[in-house]
Design a protein around this ligand. Structure first.
Ligand SMILES: Cc1ncc(C[n+]2csc(CCOP(=O)(O)OP(=O)(O)O)c2C)c(N)n1
Ligand SMILES: [Mg+2]
Length: 304
């Protein structure tokens, strides 16, 4: 991937009120360095809107619209169409929304935007729960994780359902570009945002980020947990370009305990739970490696 040209000026500024060690702000800084000034941000309700845009201050150095929780995608679609009607073919419209807004509450609206083919880059920052309202479980919360609405007791131990496979669901809309990244893999994140920025039409980047109070982790370890998420194959770095999937990193697998340990939301896990999670991860990784092989061989075949 080509190295993107980065904006020297910070377009997501310090002075916001995010927690120390918040993974979301790190992602925003790097995303804005790639997007540059000719950008309109449409931000769904959630922590990011609260910590970055409490009136009368703003951390954003570009035009910014906060909209209600569920409708970031239609607002962005409207802005994008208005720009087109005005003959503006250069300003990029970018949605920034949390997992609650994307996996769950704004899901239908996002799907409609993808299906209609608007020229919008949708970035989901996935911290795996509704953090702003006090850590409620979302469709993105992993199996067994403790949240305030997936408690640990004698009958139930954490979330009983599995994480929704949103990246694959969005890819099934047959949009030109879908990718995963994390706040800690700066070069990967920047290159993917650059690629998505240059594509006309709907694109999607799903960024795993940490939440210190929500995950119950040490604020100095936010980036380490994200690196471990990739190295344990919990969150593979991938791109699905024109329908063809590619794994961007194939790290030597670390045991999943490396990632789970020290996170209070997983403190109650038994040895059996960890074994079960490891088994699921191994099966899923084998599937991805197989899928990449099939997709890439097919791509070469079609390009002949
Ligand atoms: C329709 C609607 N339902 C619920 C809320 C309350 N609410 C505001 S922020 C938020 C959590 C957002 O979660 P997420 O999108 O994951 O972002 P995060 O806070 O984790 O950054 C909730 C439930 C709301 N504002 N509107
Ligand atoms: Mg969230």
């Amino acid at each position: 991937m080509a190295k993107p040209e980065l904006e020297n000026k910070e377009l997501f500024k310090s002075g916001h009120t995010a927690c120390a060690g918040c993974g979301v702000t790190v992602a925003f800084r790097h995303i804005m360095k790639v997007l540059g000034k000719d950008t309109i941000i449409v931000n769904a309700t959630g922590c990011s809107e609260i910590f970055s845009s409490a009136y009368p201050i703003s951390a954003w150095e570009v035009p910014y619209i906060h909209c209600v929780f569920e409708n970031a995608a239609p607002v962005a679609a409207g802005v994008s169409e208005a720009l087109r009607a005005m003959g503006n073919d250069h300003t990029k419209v970018v949605v920034i929304a949390g997992d609650g807004a994307t996996y769950d509450i704004g899901f239908g609206h996002m799907s409609g935007m993808m299906e209609r083919g608007h020229d919008v880059l949708y970035i989901c920052y996935d911290n795996e729960a509704y953090m702003n309202t006090g850590v409620q479980r979302s469709g993105a919360t992993p199996w067994k994780a403790k949240t305030t609405t997936s408690q640990v007791g004698t009958k139930i131990q954490g979330k009983m359902q599995f994480k929704k496979p949103l990246t694959e669901i969005v890819a099934a809309h047959n949009i030109p570009y879908v990718a995963t990244s994390t706040s800690a893999h700066y070069a990967d994140l920047q290159q993917k945002v650059q690629k998505a920025k240059e594509i006309k039409g709907p694109t999607f980047v799903n960024v795993l980020t940490t939440c210190v109070p929500g995950w119950g982790t040490d604020s100095s370890l936010s980036m380490q947990y994200l690196k471990d998420a990739v190295d344990t194959h919990v969150w593979p770095l991938m791109e699905i370009e024109d329908g063809f999937m590619k794994l961007n990193m194939k790290p030597e697998k670390k045991p999943v305990e490396t990632y789970l340990k020290g996170q209070k939301r997983f403190k109650h896990l038994t040895e059996e739970d960890v074994k079960e999670i490891q088994k699921m991860l191994d099966e899923r990784w084998d599937h991805w490696v197989w899928k990449e092989k099939v997709d890439q061989e097919r791509k070469i075949e079609l390009e002949k």
